[in-house]
Design a protein around this ligand. Structure first.
Ligand code: UD1
Ligand code: UDP
Length: 365
């Protein structure tokens, strides 16, 4: 009996790494598939290499660009993998809420393979987000739901999902615990490349933020008016949209802003640890900021979050995308650095071990 593990984007590689390494440690056989939804070296392979993961047994070359085309292609390709390997897969493990994970979940469902969803039960209740569509559908077809917190478990109970729910913590906390010490040894040079002593790290890429030129212009205004220097490792989607709407040159020429390509995990962790504050619309960063090793305030450049635990514990502040509001909150945080808890609401860093323990039991019956 074999396990099928599917990833497709940057955060899934990072968050599935603790599970994959634990499967290896337990000597459990698995087939590893990368859909190549993210395909640039710095959005995909760099993480597989840095995090010490095995080379994927299968990866695809997606031709379509739109979500329906990509989801369809990924399903066709995944079905081929399942048929070609001639293995009997007892469970498919997927993580999060991207189009890759929706495609993988639906394929497993139609191929009668049980689904284990890592990071189940997150809800933003914001239907503008493609991720909210995906995570709802995935949770409702999953057999085993690995919820990071009690709150995410309650979201699932409220929706009467069919699968069995386990509260495990979030594997991203495991990843920080494991990789930050290595990052500090291997990637501390990145600090010498930063032009500023004190800075905020900024990232944004959500479709509802960057695909609309009016909202994207608001982000540019926020960058322009920031009262602190900014380090901005730019997501390829964001770069593409800034260029398309002729805003890229403006961002590039801001003297208080240092633009960087998408960074490897080690360099990014080192910068997050060194930054004074984080400005982001990322999901993962809201969690990572709560890790005891990072402990940073985060301004969430969105109107909703599926990670309310970070807000309740005082790490994250949902500030929206209106420039005056964001700028005023940023000033506030810089002037009055908040005292942050020593514990993360997303677990102790043992989520991978807990998940694999459950998977082991599932495949042994
Ligand atoms: C996807 C996920 C999002 C996740 C993010 C992580 C969905 C619906 N969205 O968003 O939940 O937060 O990944 O980063 O699945 N591109 C490149 N090189 C790459 C990858 C992307 O240039 O390696 C560009 C392409 O122009 C592509 C665009 O970015 O069309 C968007 O990529 P896509 O994977 O569709 O969505 P993300 O915005 O990355
Ligand atoms: N990250 C990285 N390099 C970067 C930006 C982010 O390694 O230049 C990592 C970050 O530490 C986190 C993950 O990528 O673990 C978050 O990815 P992203 O924000 O793209 O996706 P989301 O979490 O919003 O789905």
């Amino acid at each position: 009996m074999t396990i099928l593990v599917v990833v497709g984007t940057r955060p899934e590689i990072i968050k599935m790494a603790p599970v994959i390494l634990e499967l290896e440690k337990n000597g459990l056989e698995f087939v590893f598939v990368h859909t190549r939804q993210h395909y640039d070296y710095e959005m995909s392979r760099v993480f597989i290499e840095e995090l010490g993961l095995p080379k994927p047994h299968y990866s695809f070359e997606l031709k379509g660009e739109s979500p329906p085309q990509q989801i369809g292609e990924m399903m066709i390709n995944l079905e081929k993998v399942i048929k070609q390997t001639k293995k009997q897969f007892k469970i498919m493990l997927i993580q999060g809420d991207t189009n890759s994970m929706l495609a993988a979940g639906l394929t497993a469902l139609k191929e009668n393979i049980k689904i284990g969803h890592v990071e189940a039960g997150l809800r933003s209740y914001d239907w503008r987000m493609p991720e909210e569509h995906n995570r709802r559908m995935i949770d409702h077809v999953s057999d085993y739901l690995f919820a990071p917190t009690e709150k995410s478990k309650n979201n699932l109970l409220e929706e009467h999902v069919w699968g069995k729910i386990f509260v495990t913590g979030n594997t991203v906390i495991d990843a920080i615990k494991k990789y930050l010490p290595i990052a500090l040894k291997k990637a501390s040079d990145i600090i010498t490349q930063i032009k500023f002593d004190e800075y905020a790290i900024v990232t944004f890429h959500r479709a509802e933020n960057v695909d609309d030129p009016i909202t994207l212009s608001k982000f540019v205004k926020i960058l322009e008016k920031s009262s602190i220097s900014l380090v901005f490792p730019i997501h390829p989607r964001t770069k593409k949209r800034l260029e398309q709407y002729r805003l890229f040159d403006k961002v590039q020429s801001m003297p208080h802003l240092q633009l960087l390509p998408p960074l490897g995990y080690f360099e990014f962790l080192v910068l997050m640890k060194d930054a004074k504050v984080i400005l982001t619309d990322s999901g993962g960063l809201q969690e990572e900021a709560t890790a005891p090793e990072i402990r940073k305030p985060v301004l969430v450049l969105r109107t909703s979050t599926e990670r309310p635990e970070a807000v309740e514990k005082g790490f994250a502040h949902i500030v929206g995308v209106d420039p005056p509001t964001v700028i005023s909150k940023l000033r506030d945080i810089i002037d009055n650095t908040p005292k942050l808890p020593m514990q993360s609401p997303f677990g102790n860093g043992d989520a991978g071990v807990r998940i694999v323990k459950i998977v082991r039991k599932i495949i042994s019956v």
